[in-house]
Design a protein around this ligand. Structure first.
Ligand code: HEM
Length: 288
């Protein structure tokens, strides 16, 4: 209560100082004086125009509206200078080729990823990453989300279906890039980043699949750890790194959780930013 009291008073004091600072007397050298003098000297303006200029100059001297407006206009034009013409614009085509909607698949992958991050963040508030006990806390928290949490089952369903959309659209996007020959010079590096993104998207899906720690997840975990263990020479280490041991333990689900909510999001977000930055710099390839 006392904390709230002090926060409130600090906030009021802050607002008072801010208002006092804003309304302080203007000095003679402020550009607003010049604007107002110019307004006065024309003498032909109506009340509406004068009032508008008065308000605008008042705001402009305080918030540098014109400077920021010009800066953003400059940034906008610079950005668009780099945007190449589309195939349809370049060849003045009147029709949209049937494959053009397929150029949306990268965007759909990105949108699915954003939806996954948002729904996943909310699910993470209620999910408990523990494998110890019967039922395991992970399983019990998933049941709580499904049966008791308001809208919980919808949240989980959206996360589930956005995953399916992402895996499908990333794969189809890769097919589009391949069949239009867009992987060629100078876009080889973006193709390789894309290959990493494809693999990481699948690992993302797999690690999430294990989190409910139900029999389906357990079955998938058995297959995964057997695969990891059978890697030549380093099998035991790979299994320990990914599954928290060379056989399944309650630690496995905690390890998967960490991979799913920290390691993969950091890597995938970074790669997507680089991927999209390269697309922005290089533009979209002409279909060959
Ligand atoms: C998380 C996954 C991915 C996202 C969010 C993503 C996003 C995008 C976006 C928005 C574009 C712009 C053009 C378009 O949408 O078609 C693009 C282009 C491109 N992507 Fe992806 N992508 C992903 C995965 C991949 C994969 C798996 C590959 C290939 C292995 C790939 C290779 C490329 C290449 C080479 C381009 C340039 C295409 C061109 O210039 O026509 N991307 N990506």
């Amino acid at each position: 209560m006392t904390t709230m009291f002090w926060i409130l008073w600090f906030f009021i004091a802050f607002v008072v100082v801010l208002v006092a600072f804003t309304l302080r007397k203007e000095s003679e050298d402020m550009p607003r004086r010049d604007i107002l003098r110019a307004v006065e000297s024309t003498g032909k303006m109506g009340v509406a125009e004068r009032s508008f200029l008065w308000v605008f100059s008042w705001l402009d001297t305080r918030f540098r509206l014109q400077d920021y407006w010009n800066m953003s206009k400059g940034a906008y034009y610079n950005m668009h200078r780099q945007m190449p013409l589309t195939h349809a614009e370049k060849y003045k085509l009147r029709i949209i080729w049937y494959w053009y909607p397929l150029y949306c698949l990268g965007g759909i992958s990105f949108l699915s990823f954003i939806i996954l991050v948002i729904t996943g963040t909310v699910l993470g508030i209620y999910y408990v990453p523990g494998g110890e006990g019967d039922p395991a806390p992970a399983y019990a928290s998933m049941q709580y989300i499904m049966t008791e949490l308001p809208f919980g089952y919808i949240l989980r369903a959206v996360h589930h279906w956005a995953t399916h959309f992402m895996v499908a659209s990333v794969f189809l996007h890769m097919c589009r890039v391949y069949f239009t020959g867009a992987y060629r010079n100078p876009r080889e590096l973006n193709w390789l980043i894309g290959v990493a993104l494809m693999a990481l998207t699948i690992v993302f899906g797999y690690s999430g699949y294990l989190l409910p720690w139900d029999s389906l997840a357990y079955g998938a975990a058995v297959i995964g750890i057997n695969l990891a263990n059978s890697s030549p020479l380093v099998g035991k280490y790979v299994a320990t790194l990914l599954f928290g041991g060379s056989s399944l333990t309650p630690r496995t689900v905690t390890r998967m959780y960490f991979i799913h909510v920290f390691i993969l999001p950091v890597i995938v977000t970074t790669l997507i930013i680089i991927h999209l930055f390269i697309v922005w710099v290089q533009g979209i390839a002409e279909p060959h």
